[in-house]
Design a protein around this ligand. Structure first.
Ligand code: ADP
Ligand code: MG
Length: 353
């Protein structure tokens, strides 16, 4: 285990470390076509009990980041650099045995598709109670009671009966609830939710979001909530980090990022997002083009080929210099602070309705 000897990151000015602190994370895959830089220098922090929303289009490195936190990458083809501190322990240097202890116990994950996390061959109850017994040493009877209690907490009707069902006997929404029970049964301090509601219809989606919020109150876990849809986290996250091509391009409080976003990519995400309660006939403006290949990303700012504002920056800098994300609130963009404000207020905001 790597202990607190690497003092390069994750320390705030008073010397304390965030509950989860990711420092300059880089994740590269060796493929036949070359090196994929899936995550390319990412840093962020979360405190206990808080929710960080990570937003970005498909392929921006959200899932890779979070699988890396849980040590779920293939060590043979994956090169991981940087530091991941969870409650004072550095995870990139941790052994597989240590990671197994952390997964489920200290940190757990829920996915878009519960069937990837659940086995079709075992009852739902067994899949919740076995990890519980393993991590806590509880007896079979204790684990069954706890499982029924968890199923009840996540809103499964008749939990005493449903505990013996197999996953295919549950509806999609119920399976999602069961996976949440599975993730929370050991009371993890960190819950990573990777697009957990993407496959569900809007009503069930709202119920699951409410459920996660309630459970967070009760369990006090930190949540990393990953989504491609800003709308989903607009009443869920404390902080928001916007990712593009394996890097963070903007971060701030939920209010800051949603009300006064600074990065043209964040403007694009907002303009392409349907707004709750607005007219059916509202105009959505998709971001032109598609996300870049991470085998050979564009030089300078990776967003420059799709950005409508790079001509406002003198000297072709968007193509030649990669903008850095400032510490704290801010965006990785060469526009001046005044331009960021004016362009948003004059060109983007009126379209949002
Ligand atoms: P997101 O979750 O934001 O949609 P991912 O984190 O899944 O995106 O993927 C980021 C990039 O890394 C994508 O370009 C994806 O194709 C690539 N990638 C993910 N896993 C692997 C892997 N095992 N081997 C090669 N490339 C991968
Ligand atoms: Mg993903």
């Amino acid at each position: 285990m790597t202990t607190l000897t690497k003092e390069s990151g994750g320390l705030s000015t008073d010397g304390s470390r965030s509950f989860l602190s990711v420092r300059d994370l880089r994740v590269q895959f060796s493929t036949e076509d070359g090196i994929v830089k899936a995550v390319d220098g990412l840093s962020f922090d979360i405190e206990r009990g808080k929710t960080l929303g990570i937003v970005g289009e498909s392929g921006s490195g959200k899932s890779v980041t979070n699988l890396t936190i849980l040590g779920l990458h293939n060590p043979k083809s994956t090169n991981v650099q940087g530091e991941i501190w969870l409650d004072g322990q550095e995870l990139i240097g941790a052994s597989e045995r240590e990671m197994e202890k952390i997964r489920g116990n200290k940190a757990a994950m829920i996915f878009q598709d519960p069937l990837t996390a659940m086995s079709p061959y075992y009852t739902v109850g067994r899949q919740i109670s076995e990890p519980y017994m393993k991590h806590t040493g509880a007896s079979k009877k204790e684990a069954r009671d706890r499982t029924i209690q968890m199923l009840e907490k996540v809103g499964i009707p008749q939990p005493k009966l449903r505990v013996d069902d197999y996953p295919h006997q549950f509806s999609g929404g119920m399976r999602q609830r069961a996976m949440i029970a599975m993730a929370l049964v050991c009371d993890p301090d960190l819950l990573i939710a990777d697009e957990p509601t993407t496959a569900l219809d809007v009503t069930v989606q709202a119920q699951i979001l409410d459920l996660l919020k309630d459970l967070q109150q009760e369990f006090g876990s930190a949540i990393v909530f990953i989504t491609h849809d800003l709308g989903v986290i607009s009443n869920m996250a404390d902080d928001i980090m916007v990712m593009y091509a394996g890097r963070a391009v903007e971060r701030g409080s939920r209010r800051e990022v949603l009300r006064t976003p600074e990065h043209p990519y964040a403007w694009g995400l907002l303009s392409s997002m349907p707004r709750l309660g607005s007219d059916v006939g509202q105009q959505l403006t998709p971001i032109p083009g598609s996300p870049p290949s991470l085998l050979n990303p564009p030089s300078g700012c990776a967003f420059n080929p799709r950005c409508g504002f790079s001509s406002e920056v003198p000297g072709n800098r968007c193509v030649t210099d990669r903008p850095e994300l400032p510490a704290g609130r801010g965006a990785a963009c060469h526009l001046t602070p005044a331009q960021k404000q004016t362009f948003f207020v004059e060109k983007i905001k009126p379209r949002l309705g």
